[in-house]
Design a protein around this ligand. Structure first.
Ligand code: AHM
Ligand code: MG
Length: 338
């Protein structure tokens, strides 16, 4: 009998092994995406460690700067942005970086350029940093043909053109969820090994869920379809049970729960914010890509989220994403309105 195997799993599917396996399905691949992803994974491990130590290292608190959206920036946001910019540039596989924390896109020095454009929010959910609630990194990756001469206009691409997307959640454990366009897999950081191990293979979102997730404090400014939908969640008229409300206020955590348990996450337009709050290129697109890859869907109130074509790198859009059938319901309410 194999005693070691009784106590320990000894054949581990690390994220590196998984990505290399994926690469071997494309014999012509030169391993560029594998290298890029390993640099992103390094960035996630660094930020995970910094988040864990934040209280201890006195990294929390305001750094006295404001970011592009005029929000106060926390020290951990700045640190995380630096970590990812350095990791991405030094991979030698990127040409343009779009970060929530930087007003302008970063064009990588031609000597270090590669074919990928990475859009990312280095530390999302900043209002949750100081109280130790889950926060995360979100990223989406495009391949750019003419990367030597790439211009800003050439990276304003629809989300459906992304070739990979993912997020890393710094929560009770550190979980990285990734799709390279053939399904979604989840990996959990084993701190003793310093490796992400596959713990959630082939994630599929339930077709219908029992949870809705929205900031109800904005209800007085909602449009009719959103208001009607949330009313139906609480007072269903078809004999079904009311849905439960869960809202963390960290997109990564709210989307992660939605992906695993099913249900719907909404950040709608409202009278004060006609485009909602969440940013198209590094929040809406990567999460919508993952949802579709897991069998769910994502809607903007007008159409499929991944069909949007951004006109600037920090553009915002309303978003409704999650279980296929739940999103169908909100789509029907918007169709009634049209
Ligand atoms: P941030 O980029 O400033 O952290 O804001 C994004 C966050 C998302 O994680 C979350 O879904 C949303 O803001 C919550 O907003 P609100 O506090 O308005 O409910
Ligand atoms: Mg954000």
């Amino acid at each position: 009998m194999d005693h070691a195997a009784d106590t320990y799993r000894t054949d581990l599917m690390t994220i590196t092994r998984y990505v290399l396996n994926e690469q071997s399905r494309f014999p012509e691949s030169r391993g560029d995406l594998t290298i890029l992803l390993s640099h992103i994974v390094l960035g996630c491990k660094f930020v995970a460690s910094a988040v864990n130590k934040a209280g201890l290292a006195k990294l929390t608190g305001l750094a006295g700067e404001t970011n592009v959206q005029g929000e106060e920036q926390k020290k951990l946001d700045i640190l995380s942005n630096e970590v990812f910019v350095n990791a991405l540039v030094s991979s030698g596989r990127t040409c343009v970086l779009v970060s929530e924390e930087d007003e302008l896109a970063t064009f990588v020095d031609p000597k270090l350029r590669g074919k990928y454009c990475v859009c990312f929010d280095p530390l999302d959910g900043s209002s949750n940093i100081d109280c130790g609630v889950s926060i995360g990194t979100i990223f989406g990756i495009y391949m750019i043909k003419n990367f030597d001469t790439v211009t800003l206009e050439e990276v304003l691409l629809p989300g459906k053109d992304m070739i990979a997307a993912g997020y890393c959640m710094y929560g009770s454990s550190c979980t990285l969820v990734l799709s390279t366009g053939s399904g979604v897999n989840g990996f959990t950081l084993d701190p003793s090994l310093g490796e992400f191990i596959m713990t959630h293979p082939e994630i599929k979102i339930p077709a219908k869920g029992k949870i809705y997730s929205v900031n109800e404090g904005n209800a007085k400014n909602w449009d009719t379809p959103t208001a009607k939908y949330v009313e139906k969640c609480k007072y269903p008229t078809d004999g079904s049970s009311p849905k439960s409300l869960r809202y963390i206020g960290s997109m990564v955590a709210d989307v992660h729960r939605t992906l695993l348990y099913g249900g719907i996450f909404l950040y709608p337009a409202d009278k004060k914010s006609p485009n909602g709050k969440l940013r198209v290129m590094y929040e809406v697109f990567p999460m919508s890509f993952l949802m579709e890859q897991a069998g769910g869907q994502s809607f903007t109130g007008k159409g499929r989220s991944l069909d949007l074509i951004p006109t600037n790198i920090h553009e915002r859009s309303p978003i409704f994403l999650g279980s296929y059938d739940d999103v169908e319901e909100i789509k029907a309410l918007y169709a009634e309105e049209a």
